[in-house]
Design a protein around this ligand. Structure first.
Ligand code: ADP
Length: 501
């Protein structure tokens, strides 16, 4: 019988007040039902918030180094259960095991990094402009953080938000994407096993337009962190703006790999295959545009098509599989739609361009790795995020033109340049209008101790990861202590501080 999973609210695993559930199926095999998960309603969100307020009152009083110890144990438990979680994640969202193991590892790294920040969480002590006056800043927790996450990194992205939020002393309410509730369930189990006070975390499953919306609109949740589509981010941004909420948005990308005529083409080939078809192209950092110098264009394109055509599609749990399915039928239809748009715009479908069938692939949401040649700047397949295994190839005559094309989209997450010319690489680092640039590596792959995020419509100026995210989840307070015993006025009595005797 199919298992009914529950929410985690007010310190207990509980059924939703709505009594309604949705099915979670394996995208590589639609007949494989993982379980039924709560289709929660606003009442469940309200209960979670009430409990989180109690959780916050206690957790925020726990010293930060001790909060860090809990996250240390979380990292150790994730390490112990890495293989089990990776397998559950592959079954749930389709990407291959090597990638889901990497996803869990990113959570481990984020936990261990958060642990050490518990002993820092620096404020600053600076000299005052007045004598016998002390000036310093320190960090305070903010309150309740609502975390809304997408399907493509079911463990890593929630940990990027949750671990720094908790380390800073906030309580969290977590709403995972509808396609990956099981991985979210396992993550919350681990937090509890590590000794997190139960009311410091709440897990509420359900639809974004119901549960996510209720969280964003509830005045008691003062911090929202969202990763997902630019369209949803815009809706959330409007509400948070109106309600004066602190908001971090991490949204779309249309990332380009630039390959110059002096590049190591074998290296670029490995990079583009990994960047474009890893996670079946469903990464916000996916290489969805390849901008190639005309002198090496035909050669590199042939190399790519030869290799991409032979990529092995299948269930991610099969160790021989190189490309898994798309997340669901809707995602596959979107890819099909864009391949049609590309054809209509005059692009050539060099390989792929079809649903993948045969050898059991018809049971899942598979689509062939697709390369569109003859793409020109300004076409929709060059501008819009497809979120699937589709690479648009654009021919250019110079680095300047390549940089212009890279920058000619509304997104600005990641970019990559393949060249052996150190001067060109340094110039591009400055001129490529993205939050991340890779030199001689594809557009994907972030490390936990560096900030992650993009410019333009990819984000709203905040970063995940690195030290920067701790700024987002804490409130800076400034304290002045005047121990002169008399009234001293800043900006006014400063002249008198100079000893002219
Ligand atoms: P994707 O295309 O990556 O699935 P979405 O933006 O649709 O991106 O979804 C990302 C997350 O946002 C999911 O957890 C989803 O349930 C949630 N979500 C969707 N719509 C809303 C909304 N109106 N308010 C809050 N959260 C939402």
């Amino acid at each position: 019988m199919t298992e009914n999973f529950t929410n985690f609210i007010a310190g207990a695993w509980v059924a939703p007040r709505t009594g309604a559930y949705f099915e979670n199926r394996n995208p590589a095999d639609a007949g494989d039902v993982i379980g039924c998960f709560p289709r929660s309603g606003p009442e469940d969100v309200a209960r979670a918030i009430e409990s989180a307020q109690r959780g916050f009152a206690r957790w925020s009083q726990t010293p930060a180094p001790v909060r860090g110890e809990v996250l240390h144990r979380v990292g150790d438990l994730l390490t112990q259960r890495k293989e089990e979680i990776a397998r559950a994640m592959t079954r749930e969202m389709g990407k291959v095991l090597a990638e889901t193991r990497g996803d869990v590892q990113e959570g481990i790294d984020t936990a261990h990094y958060a642990h050490t920040e518990g002993r820092r969480l620096f404020g600053r002590t600076v000299p005052s402009e007045l004598r016998h006056k002390w000036a310093m800043s320190f960090r305070r927790p903010i309150g309740l953080a609502g975390l809304i996450t997408p399907f493509n990194f079911p463990l890593a992205i929630p940990t990027w938000k949750m671990f720094p939020a908790l380390l800073c002393g906030n309580a969290v309410i977590f709403k995972p994407a509808e396609d990956v509730p099981h991985t979210a369930h396992l993550l919350v189990e681990i937090l509890l096993e590590a000794g997190l006070p139960p009311e410091a975390v709440q897990l509420v499953h359900g639809e974004g337009s119901v549960v996510g919306k209720a969280m964003v609109e509830h005045p008691a949740i003062t911090v929202i962190s969202f990763t997902g589509s630019t369209e949803t981010g815009a809706i959330i941004g409007a509400t948070c703006g109106r309600m004066h909420k602190r908001l971090s948005l991490e949204m779309g990308g249309k990332n380009a790999m630039l390959v110059m005529d002096d590049a190591d083409l074998d290296l670029a080939l490995d990079g583009v295959l990994w960047g474009a078809f890893g996670t079946t192209g469903q990464r916000c950092t996916a290489t969805s545009r390849l901008v190639v110098h005309e002198k090496v264009h035909d050669r590199l394109l042939k190399m790519i098509c030869d290799r991409a055509e032979r990529l092995r599609l299948g269930p991610g749990l099969d160790e021989k599989t190189e490309v898994g399915p798309l997340i669901n039928e809707e995602a596959r239809k979107k890819v099909e739609y864009y391949v049609g748009v590309g054809r209509d715009e005059g692009a050539a479908v060099l390989i792929g361009g079809e649903r993948a069938t045969g050898q059991g692939l018809e049971r899942g949401w598979f689509y062939q790795p697709t390369v569109l040649g003859g793409v020109r700047a300004g076409m929709r397949v060059e501008q819009e995020e497809i979120f699937g295994p589709v690479l648009s190839v654009i021919k250019v005559g110079s680095l300047d033109e390549a940089i212009r094309i890279n920058n000619g989209v509304k997104y600005g997450l990641s970019s990559s340049l393949y060249t052996r010319d150190v001067n060109a690489a340094f110039r591009a680092m400055h001129e490529l209008d993205t939050g991340i640039t890779y030199v001689n590596a594809p557009t994907i792959g972030a490390e936990a101790h560096l900030p992650f995020g993009g410019v333009k419509q990819t984000g709203n100026g905040h970063r995940e990861g690195g030290w920067e995210v701790y700024d987002f989840y804490s409130e800076t307070k400034v304290v002045y202590v005047d121990f002169s015993g008399k009234l001293q006025r800043a900006q006014i009595d400063t002249e008198a501080q100079i000893d002219t005797e």
